[in-house]
Design a protein around this ligand. Structure first.
Ligand code: NAD
Length: 506
């Protein structure tokens, strides 16, 4: 299947943007498509100095938006979801063009936006506070939740649409405006997604500045990080970025929600159903060309099954169709850019020095057809110990396969990395599954049984521990990060009894 030309990709982007009613401004910051490595867009960047004005307009919008009842804010999000569904194909095309995701995964990303909108619509009638019994007669003690303020969202290239919507759908029903600094690698997807929300805001008569986008580089992100008017900074990206951002926001006593890197493992026990395990591993490790934060990067397999698993995985990897992500049948698209390819090659070389052996993959493919794009064969490296390179996140389809002898050792290996995002156990033994889920089990934010590490649903809270940053977004009670909690004591007794029996009679 030939790799599409620059003209073909430009026409696809042009048509999709046209149907979305978006005219991309022209400027000097070029961005290439990973599909063929050629320039797809050239846009102007915001500069850091413009961030103050944007945040001030967002604060003005906040003062209006917080007065709108939460269910009416939900009605806006409901309309937004309809528009996303209407434009699902065009938005998915832009995701494929800018990230290189295969069509079904790109559609899945837009579906995730629609799903979080549905969740947020329901949530708009469920922003519950609690009441507690007061120790004083004639008193009521309760909690109420209030809009927090401007939410700054910094997002990564690999989920250019969904991550913003996880934050935005929930922030909007909570009464907060959003200022978005998307990845500089995905500007067209960002403009298109933002246009769908702008249309919903316009139709519902809501303030336009409830949603603003700043196309720009890390300097623009930094200005958002440092701005005292940003109440919550939700940042998704590498641990390196989070290490820079976290202390700066903390330094001004702002709130952060950090969604950073992952080095996710599956433990495969001797009793695992290997057919199901194989399918779970191949999707999680090679899908999205290994470029999900939840991508499976390590398999820790019982010594009794590790050889069979290695052979069967190698067979499946060698059958993976690699190529144009928008062509029928492709399962593995390109890496985002040369740096990702170089990072993968460097990690394979280090793993070899550290005692690993390449079982399959790692080589570049389609180099003649697309010399500026980086298609690789997903790789498996067998290694006896969890050496330093295995403990790092390499953002590419590189899977390390390690043996273990007893289950406690496998759990310890799962946990012995700096990140704590996602983990799985494949087993038919209930005791092993329960132990993995228990207090003594996996230390990750996502802990699964008989399913891979990636592909989470929006209903649960998403995020991880340790160097993954500790944030939780999307479903469950993640909404609380977007609101201000007040504890209220109401006295209807006509007396003034003090708590803890304190006597202060004048
Ligand atoms: P990245 O860290 O290079 O960039 C992410 C975003 O941060 C971009 O918008 C970038 O402009 C901005 N940025 C970079 N430095 C900054 C700074 N000092 N101040 C403010 N903003 C700054 O990440 P990437 O390459 O786009 O994405 C891949 C990484 O993201 C991987 O590590 C992956 O695991 C992680 N990720 C995590 C999650 C999650 O939910 N935990 C989801 C997606 C991706």
């Amino acid at each position: 299947m030939p790799i599409p030309s620059r003209d073909e990709l430009t026409a696809l982007a042009h048509d999709a943007l046209g149907r979305l009613g978006v005219t991309a401004p022209s400027g000097d910051h070029s961005q290439s498509s990973p599909v063929n490595g050629e320039v797809l867009s050239s846009l102007p960047y915001a500069d850091a100095a413009s961030v103050d004005d944007v945040v001030q307009r967002s604060q003005d919008a906040f003062r209006q938006w917080r007065k709108v009842p939460a269910p009416a804010r939900g009605a806006l999000v409901k309309r937004w979801a309809e528009l996303l569904a209407e434009h699902k194909e065009d938005l998915a095309t832009l995701v494929s063009l800018e990230v290189g995701k295969i069509t079904s995964e790109a559609r899945g990303e837009i579906q995730e936006m629609i799903d979080i909108c549905d969740f947020a619509v329901g949530l708009s009638r469920q922003l519950y506070g609690r009441t507690m019994p007061s120790e004083r007669p004639g008193h009521r003690l309760m909690e109420t939740w209030h809009p927090l303020g401007v939410v700054g969202v910094i997002s990564a290239f690999n989920f250019p649409a969904a991550v913003w919507s996880w934050n935005t759908a929930v922030a909007l029903v909570c009464g907060d405006p959003v200022v978005w600094k998307p990845s500089e690698l995905t500007p067209l997807t960002s403009l298109a997604c933002a246009a769908t929300l702008q249309q919903a805001l316009e139709e519902q008569g809501a303030p336009a500045d409830v949603s603003q986008v700043l196309i720009g580089g890390a300097d623009v992100g930094e200005a958002l990080v440092d701005h005292p008017g940003v109440a919550l900074l939700s940042a998704t990206g590498s641990t390196r970025m989070g290490r820079a951002v976290g202390p700066r926001v903390a330094g001004r006593f702002g709130r952060t929600l950090l969604e950073l890197g992952g080095n996710n493992a599956a433990v495969v026990t001797g009793s695992a159903d290997l057919d199901l395990t194989m399918r779970g591993i191949v999707f999680s490790a090679a899908g999205t060309a290994g470029q999900r934060c939840t991508t499976m990067r390590r398999v820790i397999a019982h010594r009794s099954v590790v050889d069979e698993l290695s052979d069967r995985l190698a067979g499946a990897y060698e059958r993976l169709p690699i190529g144009d992500p928008m062509a029928d049948g492709t399962l593995v698209g390109p890496l985002i850019r040369r740096a990702a390819y170089d990072g993968m090659q460097g990690a394979i070389a280090r793993a070899t020095e550290e005692g690993g052996k390449v079982v399959t993959g790692g080589g570049r493919v389609l180099e003649d057809e697309a010399p500026d794009a980086f298609y690789v064969q997903p790789a498996i490296v067998r290694i006896e110990t969890q050496s330093p390179v295995v403990a790092q996140e390499t953002f590419a389809p590189l899977l390390y396969l390690l043996p273990y002898d007893d289950f406690e050792e496998a759990v310890a290996l799962n946990n012995a990395v700096p990140h704590g995002l996602s983990s799985s156990v494949f087993t038919s033994d209930q005791a092993e599954a329960e132990l993995f889920l228990s207090d003594e089990g996996s230390d990750c934010g996502i802990v699964n049984v008989n399913i891979g590490t990636s592909g989470a649903e929006i209903g649960g809270a998403f995020g991880g521990e340790k160097e993954t940053g500790g944030g939780r977004e999307s479903g469950s009670d993640a909404w609380r990060a977007y609101m201000r909690r007040a504890t209220n004591t109401v006295n209807f007794s006509g007396e003034l009894p003090l708590a803890q029996g304190v006597d202060f009679t004048v």
